[in-house]
Design a protein around this ligand. Structure first.
Ligand SMILES: Nc1ncnc2c1ncn2[C@@H]1O[C@H](COP(=O)(O)OP(=O)(O)OP(=O)(O)O)[C@@H](O)[C@H]1O
Ligand SMILES: [Mg+2]
Length: 232
């Protein structure tokens, strides 16, 4: 297995770190045998990729062997954000039979963290996720890692996340605070529930902060706070 060096973002915001730790702890207390988890949301841009990545790193940092799978083949951002030091293969190439599993899983410069990048855009991700080789990858994750964290596309736009959910032990919904209505949210939740996956909870993201109070508006909601400096 090859190693790829990523430019890991430095996060100095203690509140974000704390929020992610809380999320990690909540996941750990959600039941034993919980190994493969996925994150999704209703619409784009709610924060799935950022939160799933940080969650995976957080598990890795506590010594858990972690596999991060970028399953948003339609619009992956991981490669642009993490700037791998050399060209990599990814999930779309593995699922379409162009590359082996071994060629698509990379060790990273973050200890205990391996990744599968999304790979080049494919026109038919939904069909690709239905391939049995996708199940093989998840099984490989179960057999060789302590945690598998999967980032997916928004469920309100495409069905991919529901197909992926069927193979997962748990799902987390990311919600951008104040962005979408209850009805839409409920639809996403129902769609997810129909797959049979255990819905572990929601992450309320991008909660507006009040200027002037450092901790004052920190939201101790079910799971997650927000980044410093975000004003909606
Ligand atoms: N809590 C937050 N505070 C401020 N900005 C945030 C927060 N969470 C995410 N962002 C920003 O919002 C944007 C979208 O985040 P991200 O890419 O994680 O969303 P996504 O749900 O994966 O989107 P997509 O559906 O397009 O894949 C990014 O620019 C990210 O830096
Ligand atoms: Mg994303």
């Amino acid at each position: 297995m090859e190693t790829v060096r990523l430019q890991l973002p430095e996060d100095n915001d203690v509140r974000v770190e704390e929020a992610i730790k809380t999320l990690r702890t909540n996941i750990q207390f959600s039941g034993s045998g919980l190994k493969v988890i996925m994150l999704t949301s209703t619409v784009p841009n709610e924060g799935k990729s950022v939160i799933s990545w940080k969650t995976a790193c957080s598990f890795a940092q506590m010594g858990k062997k972690t596999l991060y799978i970028d399953a948003d083949i339609r619009k992956s951002v991981l490669v642009q954000r993490m700037k791998p030091d050399h060209e990599t293969f990814g999930l779309s190439q593995y699922l379409s039979g162009q590359k082996t599993m071994e060629e698509c899983i990379y060790h990273t410069n973050e200890a205990n963290l391996d990744v599968v990048f999304a790979g080049p855009y494919a026109p038919n991700p939904t069909e690709l996720f239905e391939e049995s080789v996708f199940e093989d990858l998840i099984q490989h994750g179960r057999d060789n890692y302590d945690m598998v964290v999967i980032d997916t596309a928004p469920l309100g736009s495409v069905i991919d996340a529901a197909i992926i959910a069927r193979l997962c032990d748990g799902a987390i919904m990311v919600i951008e605070s104040g962005n979408i209505g209850y009805k839409m949210l409920n639809k996403t939740k129902q769609q997810l529930a129909r797959t049979g996956v255990k819905i572990l909870g929601i992450v309320l993201n991008k909660v507006p902060m009040q200027k002037g109070s450092y901790y004052g508006s920190y939201y101790y909601g079910k799971y997650y706070g927000k980044y410093d400096g975000y004003y909606k």
